[in-house]
Design a protein around this ligand. Structure first.
Ligand code: CMC
Length: 427
């Protein structure tokens, strides 16, 4: 295979190197394109643009493969823990027992928030969306650690990363507690990362909270499934914000803001709302018809993906986990039946088949979270909690990349050309 790509532009031919990664598509290195030709590339939504080099996560969307540092997501979800995956993403290798214990202990030492942060919550309306609270409170962390974070120092970057991973459950649980008018619970570091989060969310000071191990495992698995996903919109947002040298807490707040949108992290909330709206299997054809109607903006939420043109491997694990949680809690939910039948009908419909639209991670996650007791508004907050590890790992990788530059896309300008100002009385 040629290791250069030739591009013919009016008046000249230019040649660019083709770079090869460890797996996946090669990339054409067009960094000199503008200098050579005076032209930019045009790629709205970055559908064909690799914005960085990364060794964290690999996705083969056609085959439905997702690897973290080379390990398949299915194996990690079945056999590891969120702490292990966090260590893996941050450090590049799976930890041995001693490393894992040390890492887990380190994270547990950062779970508390500065007491003054609790007062921030009172500034929000009780009905504020938890993602609004998360954006605000995580952004506010930058005011608490501003002077102590020198992002050129890998040690300080790692401390900031540990702080963020450790404090997200506390912040998310407090957002929930505030919305229901219950007192905040301090972390209990004798519990696991996920067990502690469950207790801070569902426990009350008046009673002992006993963590259900099946629920703990299911939620931990959901965290693993959301831990990282390559250069998605929120991760790219974190990288772009961080590329200017901004404080990491502010960068993660930017990632949370991006994640909130219904086309990204907000889809799990939207998917469950949609399943409830459908209500019974007999109404599925009506909603499928709407999703296919070009004049109707409705889309099947939890379906389709920019990268996966096959079954999202995370959806497979999610579907299995629904059954486990239902069995343990001895519950059923009619929306699960709606979801299963909707999936089957869509996967047999030429519209979805031709466009390669499959269930994504969000299709089943809401059903599990709802069975555990989380309100729909908390779903995206849980996604943010888990994705924080991916965000900080990607941010660290970016800052330590010698090729790192401030992110600054260009544009195809279509506005007015230069014209003279006309005073207001003459317009
Ligand atoms: N229902 C109906 N039609 C759809 C859907 C859907 N869920 N998703 C895509 N399409 C159609 C779309 O109308 C378009 O049709 P056409 O080519 O005729 O114009 C075609 O499929 C391609 O869609 P696109 O919007 O150009 O594709 P994209 O890669 O820009 O969008 C997506 C990917 C995830 C935003 C989109 O599939 C979507 O809006 N899905 C629903 C929201 C959702 O579940 N999001 C969660 C994504 S997974 C979690 C995460 O990683 O954040």
């Amino acid at each position: 295979m040629s290791d250069t790509a030739k591009l013919q532009v009016p008046g000249k031919e230019v040649e660019y190197p083709i770079l090869t990664g460890s797996t996946g598509p090669d990339v054409v290195d067009i960094r000199k394109l503008y200098a050579n030709t005076g032209m930019f590339t045009y790629d709205p939504g970055f559908t064909s643009t690799a914005s960085c080099e990364s060794g964290l996560t690999y996705i083969d969307g056609d085959e439905g493969i997702l690897l973290h540092r080379g390990y398949p997501i299915g194996q990690l979800a079945e056999e590891s823990s969120f702490m292990e995956v966090s260590y893996l993403l941050l450090n590049g290798e799976l930890p041995n027992k001693e490393e894992l214990d040390k890492f887990t202990y380190t994270i547990s030492r950062h779970t508390m928030l500065h007491e003054q942060l609790a007062t921030f919550y009172r500034g929000f309306r009780r009905d504020a969306h938890p993602m609004a609270v998360m954006c605000g409170v995580v952004g506010a962390l930058s005011a608490f650690y501003h002077d102590s974070t020198d992002i050129t120092d890998p040690k300080q970057r790692m401390i900031a990363s540990h702080r963020l991973i450790a404090k997200m459950p506390t912040i998310a649980a407090m957002a929930y507690k505030y919305s229901v008018g219950q007192p905040f619970l301090y972390p209990d570091n004798s519990l696991s990362y996920t067990g502690n989060f469950l207790r801070m969310t569902f426990g009350v000071p008046a009673e002992e909270y006993v963590v259900n191990p099946v629920v703990e495992k299911a939620l931990d698995r959901i965290f693993i499934l959301h831990a990282d996903h390559e250069q998605n919109a929120s991760t790219s947002t974190v990288r772009l914000a961080g590329s200017s040298g901004a404080n990491p807490f502010a960068c993660i707040a930017a990632g949370i803001a991006c994640l909130w949108g219904p086309a990204h992290g907000g889809a799990n909330e939207a998917a469950l709302n949609m399943l409830h709206e459908i209500g019974t299997p007999d109404r599925i054809p009506e909603f499928i018809a709407r999703a296919k109607d070009k004049n109707d903006p409705f889309r099947l939420m939890g379906f389709g993906h920019r990268v996966y043109k096959n079954y999202d491997p995370r959806a497979t694990v999610m579907q299995k986990t629904v059954r486990e949680v239902f069995k343990e809690l001895n519950v059923t939910d009619p929306v699960f039946e709606v979801a299963l039948q909707l999936e089957e009908m869509a996967l047999n419909d030429p519209y979805f088949v031709e466009k390669k639209l499959f269930p994504n991670v969000d299709f089943y996650s809401g059903i599990i979270l709802s069975a555990i007791g989380f309100p729909t508004t908390m779903f995206t907050a849980l996604f943010a909690l888990a994705r924080t590890v991916g965000w900080v790992a990607q941010w660290n990788e970016m800052i330590s990349d010698p090729d790192q530059k401030i992110g600054r896309p260009r544009q195809l300008y279509t506005g007015p050309v230069q014209r003279d100002y006309i005073p207001v009385d003459k317009r």
